[in-house]
Design a protein around this ligand. Structure first.
Ligand code: 5RP
Length: 213
């Protein structure tokens, strides 16, 4: 698995241009990407989490404020599941909100995954939802009632934004973009780990050799 993640991460370097600012996601696949990125002459990176910012700095890469960079040409991130339309479930590392922000600020989103993340249809893995802590039970009740899924509080986890995570199990996701929009409307939801309205532009799978679509 480590080899597959590393292969996907290394292949993503082909999308990096010298002198640019790169948006960088979060997770074990992205950790390989950061290590490889250290050899590129980029202007700096925008981090999607404190964990990523720390690794970027440790590799000598300048961490920049998204408010100061303008649009980014490239965002590279992993995923927990990816369907044939490059729609994703993300948030296994609880960084979904900042990941969504940096993805939205980027012209091209390159997703790097190991082969186990490819799915015919989203819904096999729990869907993370970041919530304002006081709204946890309200959001959980609303999601259970309106979707039939079972929200489980990821107890003990606090996001970089001070939010909490509900993992919604047992969802049947027929229309990912519609579900994403509906969940976004619930009071107390900060963001939803469905990346369907803004899917990846390219997905690189770390098979040997890596391939993309
Ligand atoms: C973090 C994420 C990650 O991209 C996702 O969990 C995949 O992680 P990994 O590369 O470790 O398998 O969404 O919030």
């Amino acid at each position: 698995m480590t080899d597959a993640k590393q292969r996907a991460a290394t292949a993503a370097l082909a999308h990096v241009s010298e002198g640019t600012v790169v948006g960088v996601g979060t997770g074990s696949t992205v950790a390989h990407f950061i290590d490889a990125l250290a050899s590129c002459k980029i202007a700096g990176a925008v981090a999607s989490s404190e964990q990523t910012a720390a690794r970027l700095r440790a590799r000598g890469i300048a961490v920049l404020d998204l408010n100061a960079t303008g649009p980014l040409p490239l965002y590279v991130d992993g995923a927990d599941a990816c369907d044939p339309q490059r729609r994703l479930i993300k948030g296994g590392g609880a960084a979904l909100t900042r990941e969504k922000i940096v993805a939205a600020a980027s012209e091209r989103f390159v997703c790097i995954i190991d082969p186990g993340k490819r799915v015919a249809r989203l819904g096999g893995v729990p869907l993370p939802v970041e919530v304002i802590p006081m709204a946890r039970e309200l959001v959980a009740r609303t999601i259970a009632r309106t979707t039939g899924g079972t929200p489980v509080w990821r107890e003990g986890v606090v996001t970089d934004n001070g939010g909490w995570i509900l993992d919604v199990h047992g969802l049947v996701i027929d229309e990912p973009a519609a579900l994403e929009a509906a969940l976004d409307q619930i009071a107390g939801v900060v963001s939803v780990g469905l990346f369907a309205r803004r899917p990846a532009d390219v997905v690189i799978v770390g098979d040997d050799p890596p391939w993309s679509w």
